[in-house]
Design a protein around this ligand. Sequence first.
Ligand code: PGA
Length: 251
Amino acid sequence: MKMRKQIVAGNWKMNNNLSQTEALIDALKSKSQASNAEVMVAPTFTNLYHASQALHGTTIEVIAQNMHFAENGAYTGEVSASMLKSIGVKTVILGHSERREYFNETDDLLAKKVDAALANDLRVIFCFGEELADRKSGNQDAIVEAQLKNALFHLEGEAFKNIVLAYEPVWAIGTGETATPEQAQDMHAFIRKTLAGTYGDDVANDMTILYGGSVKPANAQEIFSKPDVDGGLIGGAALKADDFFAIVNAF
Ligand code: PGA
């Protein structure tokens, strides 16, 4: 078993109304069993409170998909870190490629969101990853390094205790195309080396680095078996309790 904290998190994205959320939670509760990994699910904002109540006292943590950087104020349609905290949410996903692509989230904006989350004692699952063109031109390492440095490397090393990294190559998200286990391993090792270069070996070796992008029951075990892959951020396959737990049990 790996020494680092292992996590399997389901990102439900903009799926499931209230009754569908209830049904999925019931199915998850009936299938939940002891696991080597921390298990998390991220419903939409409207279902967060209900989900956090319904899963209270279980081993499944309810986390948020996004938040605003401001504490409160005139930001119509947005939700703050302290609002998440007030309903028992302790972890937030930031920087998902869909937020970057469709909602113009930049590294600078994400740096502010990360700061706000950490200031409110929320744990951050920070997503990043290259696009297909970057991979084709061999620029993936430079892109990933820049994403990490621009959004996170203003932090003190101590802050990384509350950060989980999620490498999600954009070309593998929702496409059915997965990075090969070797591509994932190579990038995760590069990420760890990049962290070590600035923050030292302890921070790098303790960092949980998730892989995301078309993880399925059929490929989870091989991906998770790689030494620098500490779990997964799961989209489509997290919407079915059987598939999600097949992935959790791949550890
Ligand atoms: P996917 O999504 O598993 O459907 O590819 C992963 C993600 O967006 O986190």
